[in-house]
Design a protein around this ligand. Structure first.
Ligand code: GCU
Length: 136
């Protein structure tokens, strides 16, 4: 399998801003979603065919979940809750699994409540289809 990390700050952001004021993020920052329904981050990912793991790294320093719709190529794949993590500097992950064809796909994480999304750091994608080099 091949694992690729896609930073949120390098993705397409719809109603959110890149910030770096809460420690523990990877890359150069994270996306602070606007506190509104419909704020979103969209990645373009490239995978081999088969079962694919999508791991969203996030922080939610409130005690209220920040649910988002995860859409792949425009179709809802999952609706994780993105529960509170205790602090904006405490990062954890939410995972979604999907079966994808080989090639490039869009992954869009859209907030569904007026609080907007959590702060999102990165998306790590592991595909099952790529066997990798011999011996691995
Ligand atoms: C605070 C926090 C932000 C967060 C925001 C929110 O302002 O500093 O990082 O995004 O709350 O509630 O969404």
């Amino acid at each position: 399998a091949a694992t690729t990390t896609y930073q949120a700050e390098n993705a397409t952001i719809a109603n959110g801003v890149v910030e770096a004021n809460h420690a523990g993020f990877t890359g150069t920052g994270f996306v602070n979603y606007d506190n509104a329904v419909g704020s979103a981050v969209q990645w373009s990912i490239t995978v081999a065919a088969g079962s694919t793991s999508l791991v969203f790294r996030y922080a939610n320093g409130t005690t209220t979940s920040r649910p988002m719709t995860i859409a792949i190529d425009g179709a809802t794949a999952a609706t994780p809750s993105f529960a509170g993590t205790g602090a904006w500097t405490t990062w954890t992950t939410a995972s979604v699994t999907a079966t994808l064809t080989a090639g490039t796909h869009t992954v869009r994480a859209t907030a569904t409540t007026a609080n907007g999304g959590p702060n999102v750091d990165e998306l790590t994608v592991t595909d099952a289809g790529d066997p990798g080099p011999p011996g691995t």
